[in-house]
Write a protein that binds this ligand. Sequence first.
Ligand SMILES: [Zn+2]
Length: 215
Amino acid sequence: MQLIIFGAPGAGKGTMAQNIQKYKQFSHISTGDLFRRHIKEKTDLGKLASDYIEKGLLVPDEVTEKLIRHELDMIRSDFILDGFPRNIPQAEALDRILQDFDIKLTACVHLEIDPEIVIERLVNRMSCQDCGAPYNLVIKKPKVENVCDECGGKLTQRADDNEETIRHRFETYRAETEPLARYYENKGLLMTVNCNEGILTKLDQVWEDLAALED
Ligand SMILES: [Zn+2]
């Protein structure tokens, strides 16, 4: 089974990818992890990518494509691809790569969520700057305001957990990544999961849908 996963910011893509792995022994191909590994092992692709990253530039699509091509060439198992494609040109590149290796996609898992839900969750999120314990001002308040229950450390908010940043991330996602839903729908591969109620409530449904694809 060959899957792609993509989703709105804060929908829970990492959690879903991990849980889909429990359904079957999937190889989780994450572009973030791949880049970190290649950079650490100083491969040619790693050196190429770190040239861009050190200059504060985005890694160009063609470098990411090479990385994915290299990985899919070696893989001989079920996989879930996470972080690629992020836009239509990358999806078209992926089609060419899959065709070259004679691999057929089984489905594309698309996580959708209402931005207002993400904003409410993230702006209420805090963590301890000493021990990292997570808090939420609505559902998991500390006993004393701004103080960690576990260690007495100070609670802080991540700088990018603010409404403006989150809305900006959604705009970018809508413009660049969300068109993938139509692209894969036209191929009959789209599996949309609404995450407004929390992603964990959807796992049984996703597993059932995956099982149905195997019949
Ligand atoms: Zn703490």
